[in-house]
Ligand binder design. Sequence first.
Ligand SMILES: Nc1ncnc2c1ncn2[C@@H]1O[C@H](COP(=O)(O)OP(=O)(O)OP(=O)(O)O)[C@@H](O)[C@H]1O
Length: 656
Amino acid sequence: MEMSNKILIVEDEFIMANALRLLLRQAGYRVCGIASSAEEACESLQKDKPDLVLLDIRLKGKLSGIDLARKLKAEHIAFIYLSANSSQAILEEAKQTEPYGFLVKPFREKDLLVALDIASYRHKNSLESRLRQEAALQKALWDISKETSEARQKLLKTGRAIRSFIPFDLIVAETTPANTKTSEDFGYLRIGFDEYQFIGEKELLTIAGVKADALPANTGKSLTGTQPVIITNNTGEGQPADARRQIWFDAFRAESCLAFPVVTGNGTSVHYYFYSRQRDAYTQSHMAVLSLFTSCLTNVTESMTGPAAIPAPLPEARQTVPSGRSNAGFTDIIGNHPLLLAALDLVTQVAPYNTSVLILGESGTGKEKVAHAIHTHSPRKNGPYIKVNCAAIPAALIESELFGHEKGAFTGAVEKRKGKFEQADGGTIFLDEIGELPLDMQVRLLRVLQEKEIENIGGNVLRKIDVRIVAATNRNLEKEVAEGNFRLDLYYRLNVFPITLPPLRERKSDIILLAEYFTRKFCEEFAKEYAGLSETMVREMHAYGWPGNIRELENVIQRAVILNNGRSALELKQTLPGAPAEPYAEAKIETLGDVKRLQENTERDYIISILRKTKGLIRGLNGAAELLNIKPTTLESKMARLGIQRKDFTSSGGDV
Ligand SMILES: Nc1ncnc2c1ncn2[C@@H]1O[C@H](COP(=O)(O)OP(=O)(O)OP(=O)(O)O)[C@@H](O)[C@H]1O
């Protein structure tokens, strides 16, 4: 932390607060205030503008430290929790607020100083990348407002530009011209990494399954005021949706919505709605983004609705975006499950910067592919990309492998050798299985991260290097830290930007896309005709749990292609353990019916993944309904509709 940075202490125990103040002052920090409640802290935020807040979880007064943390997060102020032993539930809740550090009382002076140092490093990094991203968004919105294209195209482009700030499954614009009572609404549904389906009135009717005369009139009256608001689906919380909104919610199985009204100079108002299938997708920080970009969005809106706006083309012109199979910019990363797309969004967000990235996920989920994509999407793409598998190198050799050695540095070092870090200079190094790195190597890696320099074994010169570090692990690093196998300081520095890849069983809707992709690939490799997949094969593959993820799927397909006669549809020719599930249709997206089915599949996958976690428990504490934040009865009716049976997830099959 730079010495000039100001720290606010929020702590209701006077003695503790004072001791902290002394300690921080001695270490050269400026303490701008001590607040004994969250309310007092809020005043100090206004007045003193601290750079970092040390925050006790339990506070006197109505608001807890966690409530205050949510506010800090929305305002991008770094904070570290100080806490006496709290319950697991409170710790989980605290973790959700993404603190920059966590100190358990009593702590040593050294722990505090290290935590401050790490927090400052993380904050600086995330602040810089956020500012750069905001500048990029501002420019993109400016370009859209200057462009001559019709309103639909502009909405699509705006959605694309803004999605890494405000994630959505569906974006809708509702236009109400001045002095009229009816509005027009249309939108885009995200169906792939960069694929969107246009949704106008006709499409809405088809997907919602209602007749034109049953569609509630669009009065454009659902929003009042000029501030963004969060609307939740049908729960009595937040601002309730009007009848027309409810149709959009239901048709696309959305759970939450962020609405943003814009009024243009000529009196036309346009309301933008971002819908998400996740329950609490939108927070104060999303509202803050919208407020920040109000003027840019107003410019875009003016250009969509003003006198110079280009009218929509005649209805026969098809406006759907072509649905390709691979993801634009990620040509060899197959799949369109929202969990995968969210991970790819993070890749495009972080790739342009030098930030270290930590990729988490089970074995075979595509971590290496993602690491490589980060490199190819970065300005370093023409530099080297060096991969190191930390688990595959014997402990005795790893140091020289990574850092190189001078001639004669140790027995057997017959000539000077460049280490992997030096080889990666100007490019990216991918450290796979970082959890396996021995502790002494972790210290040296930390040094590379901090000082950006390396020292060969047997050499005594330090050499500056310019390397971007991408690391991956299938281990739970937090557990490794707790067990003393992984350094906390290294963990924090690597974990600046985590990207988690979902296992295949949580993105079942991608199985067939991947299977077809690999089948084509191997048919080509073994010079066989591609004749598609047989129905039984599709069924069996859906019923299987895929412990080995995509790598296992790839092997299964390779084997099947080799054993196939080259004329008929592919058969598995081996048994995958697991009972056959109900037939699962192919994930082609060509008609609106496909879109609807895709949604159902996604929802089914999601509910199944939660039920697996809760072992079939639906009601009560830590039950699936609670985790999904819906009423147990709602969950049960959803399960009935989607054909999910609770007994498939309980160990005994009995009642819970
Ligand atoms: N989305 C995807 N589309 C196509 N192929 C993929 C995808 N994800 C992974 N693969 C393929 O699956 C295999 C496993 O992927 P990868 O090696 O990236 O996984 P990993 O998570 O790094 O595994 P490990 O932890 O075991 O090293 C590779 O052959 C890769 O090409």
